[in-house]
Design a protein around this ligand. Structure first.
Ligand code: GLU
Length: 305
């Protein structure tokens, strides 16, 4: 496995040049676009890493499936599904269009921004700080990494420029989808997106989902298998933005990407995979990261379809 990962990273390192780092959150533009790294954590507890595997980057949209897990733990699925639907959209992640035209007036799924913001509003806690701390504690627990923290500069940058997310959140509030204060909900959402991880942390979360909620190190059950199935189904159908169909064909595993350049993948009973390559393609997925995963999937026969 180690040899394979080294070969793949070496082969695709140069393709980072075909992508571009996200710049709509100004702070992200400072990232070195040439980085590429991977961690694989298998369900036997072996960790393999190559390239820029230990560089910290912000989770961005990869926080969505994780916060969804916590929202399910906090509220149960009935209440969560009152607020978000179960269908892919085919629209970009930050699209606002269906909020008005779709007759149920709830976001189609929790992987797009509108749905994720509704889910952030469901996290238990009396203040945004309490909610964010619960999210952080949950992520520390499932990654076995106590050093996880928020990148304050990225948070401030998104808070200052996140006008579209802000408008979506007010729209959601107007039709009763967000209970509580809109700005406080946005604080939780922007902060969860600004949580810094490495590919190792993503591989750990992926491996936990690969065991449907049973921790690999302690063997403790951290959440019901049903919640793992829900989250993985969303990852499989809409985890890679409007590139989810193509990803299903070329890689064929549940995955979630973020505009920070990370991709988190899970392969049932086999492994979790974390990839980092901040130069993105036009759909917001890591350009070189996709190449790495396509080749890894072919070599290890990971495709589940
Ligand atoms: N914080 C980002 C936003 O809401 C996350 C987007 C993403 O990673 O897709 O715009």
């Amino acid at each position: 496995m180690q040899k394979l990962l080294d070969e793949i990273i070496d082969k695709y390192k140069g393709t980072t040049a075909y992508g571009a780092v996200a710049n709509y959150i100004p702070e992200l533009e400072k990232t070195d676009p040439n980085q590429l790294g991977i961690s694989v954590f298998d369900t036997e507890g072996n960790l393999f890493q190559s390239g820029d595997a230990n560089v910290r980057f912000t989770m961005q949209s990869i926080s969505k499936p994780v916060v969804l897990l916590l929202a399910l733990i906090d509220n149960g699925e009935e209440r969560v599904f009152e607020k978000v639907g179960k269908e892919p959209t085919g629209d970009p992640f930050n699209s606002i269009v269906r909020l008005e035209t779709f007759n149920e007036h709830k976001p189609l799924n929790p992987m797009i921004n509108a749905g994720a913001i509704s889910v952030s509003a469901l996290i238990k806690g009396n203040t945004p700080e309490e909610k964010v701390n619960r999210i952080l504690d949950f992520i520390k627990k499932i990654t076995h990494n106590d050093s996880i923290r928020i990148n304050e500069a990225v948070y401030r940058s998104e808070d200052l420029t996140g006008h579209r997310n802000r408008s979506m959140a007010y729209f959601l509030k107007d039709f009763g989808n967000i209970e509580g204060d809109v700005d406080e909900t946005l604080e939780v959402y922007f902060k969860q997106c600004s949580i810094e991880v490495t590919t190792k942390d993503l591989a750990y979360i992926g491996a936990l989902l690969a065991r449907d909620g049973k921790d690999i190190i302690t063997n403790e059950r951290l959440f019901p298998a049903r919640y793992s199935h829900i989250v993985k189904s969303y990852m499989a159908t809409c985890g890679m933005y409007d590139g989810s169909g193509e990803f299903a064909i070329n890689v064929g595993i549940p995955a979630k990407s973020g505009v920070g350049g990370g991709i988190m993948c899970t392969v049932l009973n086999r492994m979790g995979i974390g990839v980092f390559g901040p130069a993105l393609n036009r759909k917001g997925n890591s350009y070189a990261g996709l190449k790495v995963l396509e080749t890894l999937s072919k070599n290890l026969h990971l495709n589940i379809y």
